[in-house]
Design a protein around this ligand. Structure first.
Ligand code: CP
Ligand code: NVA
Length: 303
């Protein structure tokens, strides 16, 4: 098993499926208020260089429920914000903590941290990947559909960190994924090349959201401007016109299709209010599952 959780591509289908099985067990124990102190006495440092609601709270609560202790560290208030090298911070933290979760900009930052830290490092979102979110998303699909096997997944919008991690998931789990992205906003080409070389999943990029939505079992979207791209908001609103996951697009999918959104959502931009609040939307289950999936990831890596 890989020491770190930086991208889904570091794991096999069997390893990720085992995390889903553990997640199901931990979710049941959480609901029944049964003690499950798998990480008793352990500590997790959580470094944030970007904002967060779900990731921060679910990791913090999750670590507490596992009997461990989480530490919130804002890069601004630590020496990292004053330029202390990542490789020094990583080696020091490994002397105090049993694991680290990082939310940052460059994927190279989490890779460098993991290289120098002898403890597990978990990617809590970079510009390239959001692997914990996709694990929660796939788990939500398993809960609602019984399995991901044979389902048709659609991504509508930006070829961003979420899209990249979905592409890795499609390759690993072997489901079909069609991504509708405007010209100039395609997913990362190296991620796409890796997926094509490492699996038999049908992964298609199209400019036509209708093509992606047609007969889909799962529809997924995300903000048009991710964290760090705020100044591109106006240009992106123009580029993404016609890429809203709205009632017309949803009507092309299977009747019982699931709608996913990692949140935060911008109603009236990437998704309509009617769709996110409608009967196909499972976004609150999806948000809750961040907690259970991440507990399974931490318990697997840090036990
Ligand atoms: N989906 C997600 O990662 O949410 P936060 O940015 O609130 O952590
Ligand atoms: N693509 C979004 C996801 C937020 C959870 C971002 O990176 O801001």
């Amino acid at each position: 098993m890989n020491k770190d959780f930086l991208a889904l591509s570091q794991f096999s289908k069997a390893e990720l499926d085992a995390m889903f099985a553990l997640c199901k067990d931990l979710k049941a124990k959480t609901k029944n208020r049964e003690e499950h102190h798998l990480l008793k006495g352990k500590t997790l440092a959580m470094i944030f260089e970007k904002s967060s609601t779900r990731t921060r709270i679910s990791f913090e609560v999750g670590m507490y429920q596992l009997g461990g202790h989480p530490l919130f560290i804002s890069s601004k208030d630590s020496q990292m914000g004053r330029g202390e090298p990542i490789k020094d911070t990583a080696r020091v933290m490994a002397r105090y903590c049993d694991g680290v979760m990082i939310r940052t900009f460059a994927q190279e930052t989490v890779e460098e941290f993991a290289k120098y830290a002898s403890i597990p490092v978990i990617n809590g979102l970079t510009d390239l990947h959001h692997p914990c979110q996709i694990m929660a998303d796939v788990f939500t699909v398993i809960e609602h559909k019984g399995s991901y096997d044979g389902l048709k997944f659609a991504w509508i919008g930006d070829g961003n960190n979420m899209a990249n991690s979905w592409i890795e998931a499609a390759a690993i789990f072997g489901f079909d994924l069609t991504l509708a992205c405007p010209e100039g906003y395609d997913p990362n080409p190296q991620v796409l090349a890796w997926a094509k070389a490492n699996g038999s999943a049908k992964i298609v990029i199209t400019r036509d959201p209708k093509e992606a939505a047609k007969d889909a079992d799962v529809l997924n979207t995300d903000v048009w401007a991710s964290m760090g791209q705020e100044e591109e908001q106006k240009i992106r609103e123009k580029a993404f016109a016609g890429y809203q996951l709205d009632e017309q697009l949803l009507a092309l999918a299977k009747k019982d299709a699931l709608v996913l959104h990692c949140l935060p959502a911008h109603r009236g931009e990437e998704i309509s209010d009617g769709v996110i609040e409608g009967p196909n939307s499972v976004v609150w289950d999806e948000a809750e599952n961040r907690l259970h999936v991440q507990k399974a990831i931490m318990a697997t890596l840090m036990k």
